[in-house]
Design a protein around this ligand. Structure first.
Ligand code: ACO
Length: 426
């Protein structure tokens, strides 16, 4: 494309090419800006900055579109499984039947966790958040499986190992936190069914696998599998750009995801809803607080950096939430309150003007509660779901011939040169 943007600096004109994406998105390529003009750009929060060219996920925040490798999220949620979607994201195309079978077998073959890792779990203090435990344990995998990143085959094994073991490790942390015996993965079960069994099976009460719950968990994971350059994915890419191993890069993604403005929001939504109910706060009061600029309170599960019309994942999550509640005749006062809050917010001028809609986290926590997942494990479940996206993004950046160490710049506004003053003279 031969379009240019002209920038005039001190009377001199410089031309910078425009890059055109496959869906018509445009970007100014300023990679030579500093070299040519001596200037840098300032973009707090990177709200206008593209950090890479990617073939993985397309989203349009204005139209509420999300596609993985071109396939719409609605079609994947309806027809695919998490394992198939993971293969699509990591390998770039939908797998053929034999490829999917091979991938599933490989996932099962790698699902056991080194017994010595159990000792680590025992030594975390009681009450440690499962996300910090998971982040540490994923990083620790490097010490147990050190042969990494030399040939393509080894990377594939590492990737499969991570995807499989992270599910076992998550279930293991839950069991250990409860003081229960760890349940081992079973090769006859699917990825999601296996996880539920490892979480909830006990010697006194065998876990009954319900296909509707397995489907709901698959949908939850598919909806979370990638979201282009989110905060945690950018963390994975930035840390990965220093050529650290995959486990270290993913561990940093898990740490970033744990924040309440990001993946931690699903837990924050449940805590907010519970607080409202326990303190008999009226919906109108909640809305007023969220609008009050002097109050740091925000309506958790509302708003998104990119989606400014609606979050397509929230729509699908709400649909599966309703399906699940109807099928099992569940009742949850948090769901009733969430619906009331949504209705009130969507009618309110502040929320309309600020383009604030429910994001996926508004209903996802309620679905996880219905499946039986405890609140402090919510973000861990999200992390398992995001694993294929992080891996695909890490792999894409590792394979990029223009790979560069990520190292932004800054504008210094501190003290000018200041001479050292000996301590007795200060
Ligand atoms: N409740 C009330 N007001 C809000 C909310 C909210 N949930 N979200 C944004 N706003 C307001 C801001 O106060 C701001 O108002 P102003 O322009 O009058 O000052 C305006 O909307 C824009 O908000 P920003 O925070 O600047 O938007 P940004 O794109 O930076 O933030 C974010 C997006 C962080 C998700 C924000 O909407 C938020 O904090 N939401 C609640 C937390 C949440 O649900 N996070 C999950 C995100 S989805 C995910 O990570 C899986």
């Amino acid at each position: 494309m031969d379009e240019y943007v002209k920038i005039i600096v001190e009377g001199k004109t410089y031309e910078f090419p425009i890059i055109l994406g496959s869906e018509g998105e445009k970007a100014i390529d300023i990679s030579k800006l500093r070299q040519m003009t001596g200037l840098i750009t300032m973009d707090p929060g990177f709200v206008n900055t593209g950090s890479c060219i990617s073939n993985i996920t397309y989203m349009d925040g204005e139209k509420g579109i999300l596609r993985y490798r071109g396939v719409p999220i609605e079609q994947l949620a309806e027809n695919s499984t998490f394992v198939e979607t993971a293969s699509l994201l990591i390998n770039g195309i939908l797998p053929a039947k034999n490829e999917l079978n091979r991938f599933s077998v490989l996932l099962n073959d790698n699902s056991l966790v080194h017994e010595d890792m159990q000792i680590f779990y025992q030594n975390f203090p009681r009450g440690a958040h499962p996300m910090s435990i998971l982040s540490s344990m994923v990083n620790a995998l490097r010490s147990f499986y050190p042969a990494l990143q030399t040939v393509e085959e080894e990377i594939n094994i590492t990737v499969t190992r991570l995807l499989s073991k992270v599910r076992t490790m998550a279930a293991m942390s839950y069991k250990i936190s409860k003081g229960h015996k760890v349940v081992y993965p079973r090769p006859d079960l699917s990825y999601a069914a296996n996880f539920l069994n490892m979480m909830f099976d006990t010697p006194v009460k065998p876990y009954k696998i319900e296909e509707d719950l397995v489907k709901a968990l698959n949908v939850f994971w598919i909806l979370h599998a990638d979201h282009e350059q989110s905060c945690s994915t950018s963390a994975v890419r930035i840390v990965g750009s220093a050529r650290v191993n995959l486990y270290a890069a993913i561990s940093s993604g898990i740490a970033a995801l744990s924040g309440p403005l990001h993946g931690g929001a699903n837990q924050a939504v449940i805590e907010m809803l519970t607080h409202i109910i326990e303190n008999s706060i009226k919906v109108e009061q909640v809305i007023q607080r969220a609008k009050n600029k002097k109050d740091p309170f925000k309506l958790m599960g509302f708003g998104h950096r990119v989606y400014k019309s609606y979050d397509p994942r929230a729509k699908i999550m709400k649909k599966y939430c309703d399906k699940l509640f109807e099928k099992f005749n569940f009742h949850d006062p948090l769901l009733d309150l969430a619906k009331e809050l949504e209705e009130a917010a969507l009618k309110d001028d502040y929320f309309i003007e600020h383009h604030l809609y429910p994001n996926i986290d508004f209903y996802s926590g309620i679905v996880l509660r219905a499946i039986g997942i405890p609140t402090n494990m919510f973000t861990v479940i999200f992390a398992i779901g995001r694993m294929p996206g992080w891996i695909a993004q890490w792999k894409e950046s590792a394979d990029d011939p223009n790979w560069k160490l990520n190292r932004p710049r800054q504008i210094y506004m501190g003290q000018p040169k200041t001479d050292y003053v000996p301590i007795e003279e200060r």
